[in-house]
Ligand binder design. Structure first.
Ligand code: NAI
Length: 334
């Protein structure tokens, strides 16, 4: 099967070269992400492997179908960049990697939380100006806080396990509560979680229901001085409203690994002028907002297992026509 791969990092090439030796898959590596502007470069392949910075919308899928592509494999857990309704409409199949290393994302989540709670950005700025005083650096201990986790799936549960290790009181909300999570948190209603939590962690998928779940209204329910951590998807958060909440002191800190319009700059080198997003620029400029460019998943172990599972997904399609990781729900872009 000929496969076109998007978003390969130089350190991942070896894994594809190894896989090619088995003789059943051959790869062609695209330079730019897949979107409406680049889809016409697709030639002569049965499958494509995409990443979260690709925009697999209906227009792209219509072209892919015309060019004979049958399978779209995203080597990520989140699949909101793939319009599954259009995949079905044009008779393609799409699959993801439902889990590879929830620990990678959860460890990064806790790292970001601690960086915010201990004023790391402020501390570095003071050091850079030869200021070794303690002023402005009094932190808060994660273990003395109440944390609310929205989305108690694999990553949510892993974060809750780590939070339990710190001694944090953990509240959870999920439209589909589950037994293993009930052992790690106290389930409460969503609004109650927002009211009671000192720190809120987002670990839910981006769906039409969860789009801007953190916005003006939900922020107003949160505790004064609460902290928000988002390592799930940018679209869960109305960033303009979060900026306003940081400015007013309603939120005392915000850490984000994902941003709603990140496709314009993530995995690229761009200046803030080129990005031209005043909200993003204002967030980056704040000493109580911390950003990382969608790298929570990016560890040795996670990369290896993402590629392994993705190639196994394609091999399942090739040999049986079906795949156990076929994306089932309609998680099209909102
Ligand atoms: P999962 O499918 O195991 O769990 C998701 C949970 O969210 C489920 O329990 C589901 O019932 C719940 N949920 C669905 N709609 C919800 C809503 N509106 N509000 C609250 N909860 C809701 O998924 P997993 O593996 O835990 O991943 C969660 C998300 O993390 C992914 O959808 C993806 O967007 C994001 N992610 C981010 C990465 C990064 O590098 N920053 C890497 C991997 C995933």
């Amino acid at each position: 099967m000929k496969v076109r791969v998007y978003g390969v990092q130089p350190d991942e090439l070896k894994l594809y070269e190894e896989a090619e030796k088995q003789g059943d898959l051959s790869f062609d590596f695209a330079k730019a992400p897949l979107n409406e502007g680049t889809v016409n470069e697709v030639q002569d392949c049965e499958a494509i492997i995409v990443m979260t910075n690709c925009q697999v919308n209906e227009k792209v899928i219509e072209v892919l179908a015309r060019k004979g592509v049958k399978y779209v494999a995203t080597r990520s857990a989140g699949s909101d960049h793939v319009d599954y309704a259009a995949i079905k409409k044009y008779g393609l199949h799409a699959c993801n990697v439902p889990f590879y290393a929830p620990e990678a994302i959860s460890e990064h989540t806790i790292l970001m939380a601690l960086r915010v709670l201990r004023n790391e950005k402020k501390c570095n700025a003071k050091l850079a100006s030869n200021d070794y005083t303690m002023e402005g650096l009094r932190g808060r201990q994660l273990g003395q806080l109440t944390a609310g986790v929205l989305g108690t799936g694999r990553i949510g549960r892993t974060t809750m396990t780590l939070l339990n290790g710190f001694g944090t009181k953990v509240l959870g909300w999920d439209p589909y509560p589950n037994e293993p999570a009930a052992k790690l948190c106290t389930y409460v209603e969503r609004d109650e979680l927002l009211k009671q939590s000192d720190i809120v962690f987002l670990h839910c998928p981006l769906t039409p229901e969860s789009y801007h779940v953190i916005g003006k209204e939900t922020l107003s329910m949160m505790k004064d001085g609460a902290v928000l951590i988002n390592t799930a998807r940018g679209g869960l958060v109305d960033h303009a409203a979060v900026l306003e909440a940081l400015e007013s002191g309603k939120l005392s800190g915000f850490a984000f690994d994902v941003y709603e319009n990140e496709a314009a700059f993530v995995r690229k080198k761009k200046t803030l002028d080129e990005i031209n997003d005043p909200t993003f620029a204002a967030l980056l400029a704040r000493d109580n907002a911390i950003y990382s460019p969608h790298v929570a998943f990016y560890t040795d172990g996670a990369i290896y297992s993402m590629i392994e599972v993705t190639l196994d997904n394609l091999r399942q399609y090739q040999t049986t026509g079906a795949c156990r990781n076929e994306i089932k729900e309609e998680a099209g872009p909102v």
